[in-house]
Design a protein around this ligand. Structure first.
Ligand code: NAP
Length: 267
């Protein structure tokens, strides 16, 4: 499907993977509305897109203001609508022992990673249904497929995003609305994992951020339901996890994931 001429909101477009997604969409002729808190980060994305001949409006906003998100969608639609694509990409994580994590940190992770995508989607869906054209792309994580030690709240938020997307897809299957979820593993060169400056476990490796942007494009063009972005094939391991949590936990330890996460706790 040709996506040129459509308009897309991309959250978290100020740094990390978001700018890759925004720029890739712009290269396909999609008009961008880039949202994040950092105005300077958004401006960098805007300049890159405009230098390539694309269109990018920026909207600095704190997406944890859940009660204000319906108003945000209303304002963006009035300014730049009709809007055809929402990429829920903004996200945060927090490495910590669960018994030491603060109550507010849990709220912050769940608000940013789960409540915000839900509220943005809830607010925009009626307009998309009315115009008979809409695609929601949620950026989840492989952390939502297998729980992560020392990052369990993040894992819980991403598992919820995957299942929420799954439910939505079935609910809207016979409507003009498409729902996709992207599950990246470790990402190199940019983003929250790269910023931690700890190399990925050698047996798992890391994918480039452009692969996530390519997955978003594929989802939009082909209407894919779920795309995993990982260095090697991971579905067989996930399938083993469905059969035996004991073997899956052992393999996860063998790959060195809990040890890596333990190193990422900032004390
Ligand atoms: N990097 C990886 O290895 C990896 C792997 C799997 C999944 N993911 C997922 O990919 C997505 C992007 O991650 P990333 O690696 O690019 O992370 P990142 O580099 O930390 O960037 C996160 C983005 O989210 C925005 N954001 C965070 N809190 C926000 C808030 N309250 N309001 C508005 N914007 C907010 C940030 O912008 P401001 O700070 O300017 O607000 C930034 O643009 C996330 O959903 C993440 O869970 C990443």
């Amino acid at each position: 499907m040709d996506i040129g001429g459509k308009t897309a909101i991309v959250t978290g477009a100020s740094r990390g993977i978001g700018p890759y997604i925004a720029k890739s969409l712009a290269k396909q002729g999609v008009n961008l509305i880039a949202v994040a808190r950092s105005e300077s980060g958004l401006k960098e994305t805007q300049i890159d897109i405009e230098n390539g001949g694309g269109v990018c409006h920026i909207h600095p906003y704190d997406l944890t203001e859940i009660n204000a998100l319906q108003g945000l969608i209303h304002d963006l639609w009035s300014l730049y609508g009709p809007i055809h694509v929402l990429v829920n990409n903004a996200g945060i994580e927090q490495y910590q022992f669960f018994d030491q994590i603060e109550k507010d940190e849990i709220s912050s992770i769940l608000k940013t990673n789960l409540r915000c995508p839900m509220e943005l989607t809830r607010s925009i869906l009626p307009k998309m249904i009315e115009q008979k054209d809409g695609h929601i792309v949620n950026i989840a994580s492989l952390a939502g497929k297998k729980g992560l030690a020392y990052n369990s709240v993040y894992s819980a938020s991403k598992a919820a995003v995957i299942m929420w997307s799954d439910g939505l897809r079935q609910e809207y299957w016979d409507s003009p609305i498409d729902i996709s979820v992207i599950c990246p593993g470790f990402i190199s060169e940019a983003g929250m994992f790269y910023d931690g400056q700890i190399p990925p476990p050698p047996l798992l490796g890391a994918s480039k951020p452009q692969k996530v942007a390519d997955a978003v494009l594929k989802a939009l063009k082909k209407g894919s339901c779920e795309i995993i972005v990982n260095q090697g094939p991971i579905r067989p391991l996930l399938a083993i996890g469905q059969l035996s949590w004991r073997i899956a936990d052992m393999l996860t330890r063998w790959f060195g994931v809990p040890a890596l996460n333990r190193k990422r706790i900032s004390v």
